[in-house]
Ligand binder design. Sequence first.
Ligand code: PEP
Ligand code: MN
Length: 338
Amino acid sequence: MVVIMKQGFTHKQLEDAVRAMEAGGVKVMISKGSETTILGAEGNAANLNQELLAQLPGVERVMRVSEPYKKANRKYHPDDSVVDIGGGVCIGGKKLAVIAGPCSVESEEQITDVAEAVKSAGARALRGGAYKPRTSPYAFQGMGVDGIHLLEKARAATGLPMVTELMSPDQLPMFEDTVDVIQIGARNMQNFDLLKKVGRYHKPVLLKRGLSNTIEEWLMSAEYIMSEGNPNVILCERGIRTFETYTRNTLDLSAVLAVKRQSHLPVVVDPSHACGKAWMVERMALAAVAAGADGLLIEVHNDPAHALCDGAQSITPDQFTALMDKLRVLAPAVGREL
Ligand code: PEP
Ligand code: MN
């Protein structure tokens, strides 16, 4: 349940409304937006008396919220959330955030070259996996902690904050000390124990949509992180499994609109994993921005043919630069800046 305060409510009216809700056995989450202030009930709202609350002075109206997610719900927080990832970069709001880099960190030269190339094309953050969730145990599993140190070097050289995937809670203290954005991969979207643990840290979390998960399940996973105290969640649509096999996954662009309606959290789109084909990335990236995405996550490799992971969907730095040039033209047409 949410209680929406009237314009010009007094401090005492707010306190009285909070107290009345607490007396009904819930915790109250106060969200002060640009236009409205909302009191959200956390916990079991069954004992709250909707009619009585609606009659309190200063209260505009009271709404029952049917969705199971609360902190991620736009009804509890009408304004768009903006997540500060450090290095002067925010995700959400008018400015688009393009995150680019290789699927995996492979060597110092590779990650630093790609970081410098994507930075000069206008990327605002660097991606690169050090711990890789591979289907085959015989495939390259990532450089592990050495990869994290190479990302730190690339960050020092370029100033780009880094986004990298966390696979196990054992890595969390090290990630808290070194990484700027913790990526939770599609395969771990419903690893609830991992989500809860990440929620107890303060680092921004990029939460990818699971391979076969609904929008509501995705938002419930965001809720797991937020309910532990970490509000800094960025959602990432990366394609879902359908019957179609031409593409690696099916990019669900309508999910961007759905999620932005249901939730205040920023949403970025990963066309690389969605399509699995480098030649599709540019068009799908433009389409994602036209659909309202707050940013993009794009795989860029300096030698895709020899990439240790996901070469087929990786674009080159030159192709990335061409994409950014097109985005610069598109962005203002859809009310954005690059
Ligand atoms: C990745 O970003 O390299 C990755 C493994 O993505 P996903 O979890 O979306 O498959
Ligand atoms: Mn990849």
